[in-house]
Design a protein. Structure first.
Length: 242
């Protein structure tokens, strides 16, 4: 790697697990109490907006109480100290990257934001939203969480694909490899010649597509990987022992 090389990092729910935020595949927690079809689709919102708003208000409260862990802090440090560009693309909606001091492209939206289904206006969401919450721009009773639900198009896809096409390193952290289009990002980056590395508690559905797989908790594996990049600055820093 050269100092001007671009690094693109995809993060999933696994990076926030050590901050106390469970993924929807974990036992226990909010997701275990609800079917995805009942709280995370446009059809669910149309059918029972009270339930969906209540679910996301609870998630909003949980995320606000969570703190960034060493993996979030390490990525913020990489973004700050790497001479080239470091682009963080996240599937997470918890805002922990920003609270650690990083910037990120939120392809699945943000819990802290609200969206008007009528006029498209976005604003900072109150801690609790209900079907009676009005849009501050058009005054319509049409507020929803600014979240990309299953069946909807992720945000920032053109920008993300442009970054994947010219990065030198692509890393995926805490992702299952089961949610598309993010599961295909490693192949897009590899076609562009990027070195690819996966960091996860266990191998994902797409681990075989990566050059290197590092197994372990994000709070340990990610800071070690960042240290290697910043101290050595060579392509070999993404490989090696976990």
């Amino acid at each position: 790697m050269q100092p001007e090389d671009k690094i693109v990092i995809l993060t999933g729910a696994g990076i926030s697990a050590e901050s106390g935020l469970a993924t929807f595949r974990d036992d226990g927690g909010l997701w275990a109490q609800h079917r995805i079809e009942d709280v995370a689709t446009p059809e669910a919102f149309a059918r029972d907006p009270v339930l969906v708003h209540r679910f996301y208000s609870m998630r909003r409260t949980q995320a606000a109480a969570a703190e960034p862990n060493p993996a979030h802090v390490a990525l913020a440090r990489l973004q700050r100290d790497w001479p080239g560009e470091v682009v963080i693309v996240t599937q997470n909606v918890d805002g922990l990257h920003e609270r650690a001091g990083a910037t990120a492209l939120h392809m699945h939206g943000e819990l802290s934001r609200a969206l008007c289904a009528a006029c498209g206006h976005r604003w900072d969401a109150p801690s609790e939203m209900t079907p009676e919450t009005t849009c501050p721009a058009c005054a319509q009773v049409s507020a929803r969480p600014d979240i990309v639900w299953f069946g909807e198009m992720p945000y920032h896809m053109d920008e993300i694909e442009a970054h994947l096409a010219d990065c030198a390193v692509f890393a995926a952290i805490g992702t299952s490899g089961q949610v598309w289009p993010a599961a295909g990002f490693v192949r897009e980056a590899a076609r562009a010649g990027a070195e690819t590395v996966e960091m996860n508690l266990e191998r994902s559905e797409v681990s075989r597509a990566f050059d290197t797989v590092r197994i372990g908790p994000a709070g340990r594996v990610v800071p070690a990987w960042v240290d290697g990049i910043l101290t050595a600055g060579t392509g070999g820093t993404t490989g090696g022992a976990p």
